[in-house]
Write a protein that binds this ligand. Structure first.
Ligand code: 26V
Length: 813
């Protein structure tokens, strides 16, 4: 790569001059970042090419991970780490008067995702490359990613995220690999002389799907995989020729061009509600059609019979958003490659696998039949035929059982049910944590599980320890290596070797010091960004994730109100100082979530300005939560808030990142918290609240009454009343009436009041234990030691062996 520091310095200065026309002494940090990025991309291209050649030669199965979202985070630091040139580059830049950290800050954080699902996809790509698997991502190159969040007067304001404005150094445009995607038009069945049926699609609108490839660098293993992001671009033919041939006004053809390119314009900033928008469906089909065409082309280069397609290609769908992969592959195989239905179906079903990420009914995708039929006429015909054949099979299995058929059908009540299509058209369906998979099997998808038990399996989520520990918290990574050696880097399960040292006072002191330093760094950042002074000796209590009712940021907020009120009433109350830190974006249309943001900002405003509590409580709501902000917060966290209503959080992955950085969880037995609990044991986690079975039972029997709790528990009542009676928080306004009503009059859908007292008690225990620093550091160490299981390397190895049936491709080939 670079033979030494001097070699790097020379290459870097040359790049600055040739690409930006600048000498290093006048280069800004942004210039230097761009030159460095571009230099690294050049350096990667050889290994990138070699990797592709190796895969072709090996004829190993290629995995294509289809996802509408990839939340990659900044790539500079991570690439340097994985390329093993971090210290050469850091020192070389230093010699030139530049600081790597400042350059890193100049990189836009590509926010091409909403939250957990998109970040999981990014962690998976890192693990696939680092383990040497031939696995690539297919995603969307949105021109505007996740909105930029600002707070104005405590309210969330969304600004467009124009992340491409300064260019994206890592990408390589590949116009030669562009493919055409078709919408609308008519389909006619045509019979040839021999009576063979074929389908002719006419009058369609076409869009060019142009790929931009981003290298995905494996850790120290000469592997560079590809994240292929598709962009919608009008063709020459569509714009200029159209204008000349039809003598249109330029404004007409420009409008046409814009309408085509709108397909890859925006990420849908919605975490849970199905928006029912035509454009969203267009986006989903765009990704799918471009991706499947590209995968088929790659397969055809091998000159193998179609019967070996599923030995060579795995198509994985990240939730149902890319479920049209199923009819699209059928279409290509039948209409373009002239295969019969049975053969095409066999190939499709044995190539596609599907991950479910949520049981929230409002997030289960369905599309109106009329919309699918008009936008994608041929695809609809195929879905309809899949449905017909599937229902016939069900009838054969259990003749006359109309109820069963109605609830399993793919097309029913004028809707196409994407989860049903995904299960029927794939060979594997997995949930993302043990509890979640059990809930799918026993409840949400029971009838499907009973029909196809062999398809269902669990793959508990994971996170890449390279970004979330080695890159985000290098001091901790170094301490771990000093303590147990460096093998844990390649085999994160070996973090458990730290357990042998958990009584070592010197190690625990060191661990405490690193946490303290990280807290000081965060305090500095908070001061710069938000103008709030926070005490690094206080407990840093962190709640970072999308804002959603079920994630219960409201429970945390109400508890802070309770503590504040108690402190005001009893000034002698001996409370361990705490800094409550929040980061969360609300979907722009999610009224209730936005109210909760306003409430937390109001609480922050009251508490932070009250001298009576100044040394006890601080509340910080950081704007614009993102991957890069998470990297700053997580290493500095003492307490990890994972307090969703049990049964609602499919897995959670922030819980794993925080654990790996030595935070101790306060949480419900939900999602992967259950598995964290199984590993760390009762002494190293603070559990509270209803369990999933209890929650589900309440939903079934309707026996929960939040009003009863409000009326009978004074602590709850006094806290809630402050939302609507005159108080420092309401100031006599009705701002929080809707929150109050949801809790008291609409029976508190997420059991906030039911869990309030149990949460308060768990928080008291946290405070008590935090006073005993050695004890606390030991808990922290146990969490780190048990976090290896949650590395996405483990998750990806499970997908590789149980679902995709692939092995690492050896670099010696
Ligand atoms: C739905 C929609 C509907 C249309 C508009 C855009 C959009 C975007 C996302 C979604 C569903 C998001 C589902 C999701 O993110 N689930 C989370 O997945 C994580 C990774 O498996 C998991 O850890 C979280 O518990 C789960 O909530």
């Amino acid at each position: 790569m670079f033979s030494d520091k001097e070699d790097f310095k020379q290459a870097f200065c040359e790049k600055l001059e040739t690409e930006l026309g600048k000498k290093v002494d006048i280069a800004t940090d942004l210039d230097a970042f761009r030159a460095l990025g571009s230099l690294l991309r050049d350096k990667l291209s050889k290994e990138w090419l070699q990797t592709n050649l190796r895969y072709e030669k090996a004829q190993e199965k290629q995995v294509y991970y289809f996802s509408m979202e990839f939340l990659m985070g900044r790539l500079l630091g991570n690439n340097l780490l994985n390329m093993q040139i971090l210290s050469i580059v850091k020192e070389g830049l230093f010699d030139l008067g530049l600081e790597l950290k400042s350059l890193e800050e100049k990189e836009e954080d590509p926010g091409l995702g909403n939250g957990g699902l998109g970040r999981l996809a990014a962690c998976f790509l890192d693990s696939l490359a680092s383990l040497g698997y031939a696995g690539h991502g297919f995603g969307m190159r949105y021109r505007y990613g996740m909105f930029d969040q600002h707070f104005i007067d405590g309210y969330q304001v969304e600004l467009p995220d124009h992340w491409l404005s300064k260019g994206f150094v890592w990408e390589v445009k590949r116009p030669e690999e562009a493919v055409e995607v078709r919408y609308g038009g008519q389909v006619q069945a045509v019979k040839d002389e021999e009576g063979n049926l074929s389908f002719k699609h006419t009058d369609y609108e076409k869009v060019n799907a142009v790929p931009y490839d981003v290298p995905v660098v494996g850790y120290n293993n000469e592997t560079v995989n590809t994240l292929r992001l598709w962009s919608a671009e009008a063709t020459e033919e569509d714009t200029l020729l159209r204008a000349f041939n039809h003598q249109q006004k330029p404004s007409n053809f420009l409008a046409h061009k814009r309408s085509l390119e709108a397909i890859s314009e925006f990420l849908y900033p919605d975490d849970s509600t199905e928006e029912g928008k035509r454009l969203r469906l267009k986006q989903e089909y765009f990704l799918v059609s471009a991706g499947v065409q590209s995968a088929v082309k790659n397969f055809e280069r091998l000159n193998l019979p179609w019967s070996s397609f599923s030995d060579q290609v795995a198509l994985h769908i990240n939730d149902t958003h890319p479920a049209l992969v199923i009819p699209e592959l059928m279409r290509i195989l039948m209409d373009d490659k002239q295969l019969g239905w049975e053969e095409a179906w066999e190939i499709t079903q044995s190539s596609v696998s599907y991950t479910n990420h949520t049981t929230l009914s409002e997030a289960l995708e369905t599309w109106p039949v009329n919309l699918v039929r008009s936008l994608l006429p041929r695809i609809f015909m195929i879905i309809d035929e899949i449905n017909e054949r599937f229902c016939k099979m069900l009838w054969k299995q259990d003749p006359g059982n109309f109820d069963r058929i109605a609830s399993l059908a793919i097309v029913a009540d004028g809707q196409v049910k994407m989860a049903h299509l995904s299960i029927v058209g794939s060979y594997s369906v997995n949930g993302v944590a043990k509890l979640h998979t059990e809930i799918l099997k026993k409840r949400e998808m029971k009838i499907y599980y009973d029909t196809f038990p062999e398809k269902f399996n669990n793959k508990t989520n994971g996170i890449t320890h390279r970004r979330w520990l080695m890159h985000a918290n290098p001091a901790l990574a170094d301490l771990i290596t000093e303590t147990i050696g460096e093998q844990w880097v390649d085999d994160p399960a070996r973090l458990s070797e730290l357990l042998k040292e958990k009584e070592d006072p010197a190690l625990l002191t060191e661990l405490g010091k690193i946490k303290q330093q990280n807290k000081m760094n965060l305090a500095h950042y908070v001061n710069e960004r938000a103008g709030i002074t926070i005490d690094p000796n206080s407990i840093f209590d962190v709640h970072i994730k999308r804002l959603h009712g079920y994630k219960r940021q409201l429970l945390n907020a109400l508890h802070i109100m309770y503590l504040y009120t108690k402190l005001k009433a009893e000034p002698a109350f001996d409370m361990v100082p705490r800094t409550f830190i929040f980061g969360a974006k609300a979907a722009p249309s999610y009224y209730f979530a936005k109210k909760v943001i306003k409430l937390i900002n109001t609480i922050a405003n009251v508490v932070n300005h009250d001298p009576d509590v100044k040394d006890k409580i601080k509340v910080v709501f950081l704007e614009n939560y993102s991957v890069s902000l998470a990297e700053k917060i997580i290493p500095a966290t003492n307490v990890s808030e994972q307090i969703s209503t049990a049964s609602k959080e499919a897995s959670g992955t922030g819980n794993m990142k925080l654990m790996m950085n030595g935070a101790v969880t306060i949480g419900t037995l939900d999602g992967a918290n259950v598995e964290i609990y199984e590993r760390v044991g009762n002494d190293n986690i603070y559990l509270f609240g209803l369990e999933s079975e209890e929650v589900l039972e309440y939903y079934r029997n309707g026996a929960y009454s939040s009003k009863e709790i409000y009326e009978s528990d004074e602590r709850v009542r006094n806290t809630l009343d402050q939302l609507v009676r005159y108080s420092p928080f309401s100031r006599g306004e009705t701002e929080f009436q809707d929150i109050f009503d949801s809790l008291v009059h609409y029976n508190d859908e997420y059991f906030v009041l039911k869990d309030f007292v149990s949460y308060m008690k768990a928080q008291q225990l946290v405070s008590q234990d935090f006073r005993l620093q050695k004890l606390w550091n030991k808990k922290s160490l146990v969490n780190i030691a048990q976090s290896g299981h949650f590395s996405s390397d483990r998750t990806i190895q499970e997908y590789a062996s149980d679902i995709w049936e692939i092995a690492p491709v050896h670099t010696l080939l």
